[in-house]
Design a protein around this ligand. Structure first.
Ligand code: SF4
Length: 452
């Protein structure tokens, strides 16, 4: 039997799709080359922006038309399945299954029914209203993977739909995470990203020890655990809420070599007035002070961030404050977007919505600034020797190898007789920059420099 996935939205959605995919593969299913050839098409949806929802509606109309020509099963999961359950069923009666965020235990029953070519009989009882962490999201042959450690969010930023569709925070058991890391290490994974809407508010109560494990403690436990196997050598995490990034966590990042010194810390805005309207619960000053404390404790640390432009009530003065904050901090990278009203969120009904043309113009200014800062910071790295995880041969030139640095920068280098390096770390000198990719020279070939 064959399946096909279409995934929209955040890394969490991609990790969840990969983990459902692993469940299918372990049951003997294979991936179809195109949706048009699959026995089962799964669309994992996103509700964060209206454009993502509109796109899914378009795809559902396409698959509905396709179903008139041939029989296959159509399943919708993810945030839209949670938020628009009834609407999806009414508007698209040809969709066979709409599986909400808290009913994913039924996946196995659905797959089994399809394999046995019998109708799926839904159980009368509603599934337990608990988030279900699917097993490993590892994709065959990959050296890096995402490991979900928590789901949901308690923060209710006024523009964000996530707490309404993913529910309150639920943390995954420590033992379950460590067991998954063993499986990943055995498969040769070298880099993991611990994933959650709000990773640093991870909190798991262990009934056996009667202790609560917080994120710094989990990170330490993970490092101690993976050290024994030696395969996983880079640990990242995202996303962090600035108000929850504690001094205890800074100590752990500073102390543990396996934790990458590259932190994604969404600031969203540089104006206190807007931060307050966003319900972010930190100020420009406290964010700057946090960055300062991190830089002091972790020399060489770098940051990426999220910037949201055009929030209701935003004035030119507020934009200037964001520009000033970006220039002051000099983020290595930023994900920048303009505000789109999201039905169901508080900000949707705020007065003084900024016209779209103004939002776009402000965003273009911010992007231009950040791109020039990023390029500047990258140029300054030319000449440095850094560890690189070699991932594959280059797509453009099979005689070159492709990899990335601890900061996530793309690197290519001579690879004619070096394919044995794929899956290993090398020390490479960054010799020049082409666009956003470094050309590098290997300083130490054939050595796993991080496992010394
Ligand atoms: S922290 Fe704010 S922006 Fe992030 S998921 Fe929670 S509510 Fe949304």
């Amino acid at each position: 039997m064959t399946y096909f996935f279409e995934t929209y939205g955040c890394q969490m959605n991609h990790a969840e799709s990969a983990s459902v995919e692993q469940t299918l593969i372990s049951r003997g299913w294979t991936r179809a080359g195109a949706a048009e050839d699959a026995d089962l098409v799964i669309i994992n949806t996103c509700s964060v922006r209206i454009t993502a929802e509109t796109r899914v509606f378009g795809r559902l109309a396409h698959f509905t038309a396709l179903k008139k020509k041939r029989a296959f099963t159509l399943l919708v999961m993810g945030c839209m399945a949670e938020r628009l359950h009834e609407e999806l069923q009414q508007r698209f009666p040809k969709v066979d299954f709409v599986v909400g965020m808290f009913e994913r235990q039924i996946f196995i029953d659905i797959f089994q029914a399809l394999e046995e070519k019998r109708p799926y009989i839904s159980i009368d009882e509603k599934p337990v209203n608990e988030y279900f962490f699917a097993p490993s999201s590892y994709e065959s042959g990959a050296f890096q993977t995402f490991v979900p450690i928590m789901n949901g969010c308690n923060n209710f930023c006024s523009y964000c739909i996530v707490p309404y569709v993913r529910g309150r925070e639920v943390s995954r058991a420590v033992d379950e995470i460590l067991a998954e890391l063993d499986v990943l290490a055995d498969k040769g994974v070298r880099e993991i990203t611990l994933l959650g809407q709000n990773v640093n508010s991870y909190r798991f109560y262990d009934p056996e020890t009667e202790k609560t494990v917080n994120f710094p403690a989990l990170l330490t436990a993970i490092v101690r655990h993976i050290e024994k196997k030696g395969s996983i050598r880079w640990v990242r995490f995202m996303s962090s809420h600035p108000k929850d990034l504690s001094d205890e966590l800074i100590e752990v990042i500073a102390r543990e070599e396996l934790v990458c010194s590259f932190i994604h810390l969404p600031v969203q805005h540089g104006s206190n007035r807007i931060l307050q309207a966003m319900n972010r619960r930190y100020t420009r000053e406290s964010y700057l002070s946090l960055i300062g404390r991190i830089r002091e404790k972790i020399p060489g640390v770098t940051f990426s961030t999220d910037i949201l432009v055009g929030f209701p009530g935003e004035t030119e003065e507020d934009v200037e404050q964001t520009i000033d904050l970006i220039k002051t901090i000099r983020f290595d990278a930023a994900y920048m977007y303009y505000y789109n009203p999201r039905e169901g969120t508080k900000a949707c009904s705020f007065p003084d919505q900024v016209p779209e043309s103004v939002r776009k113009e402000r965003l273009a200014r911010i992007i231009k600034l950040q791109n020039s800062l990023s390029a500047d910071l990258m140029r300054k790295r030319v000449g440095k020797t850094v560890p690189v995880l070699v991932e594959s041969t280059s797509r453009n030139n099979p005689e070159e190898l492709f990899g990335h640095t601890e900061l996530g920068e793309m690197v290519v280098f001579e690879g004619k007789n070096n394919t044995g390096l794929i899956g290993n770390f090398v020390e490479a000198e960054l010799i020049c920059l082409r666009g956003r990719t470094f050309r590098a020279r290997i300083k130490e070939a054939g050595t796993d420099i991080l496992s010394r």
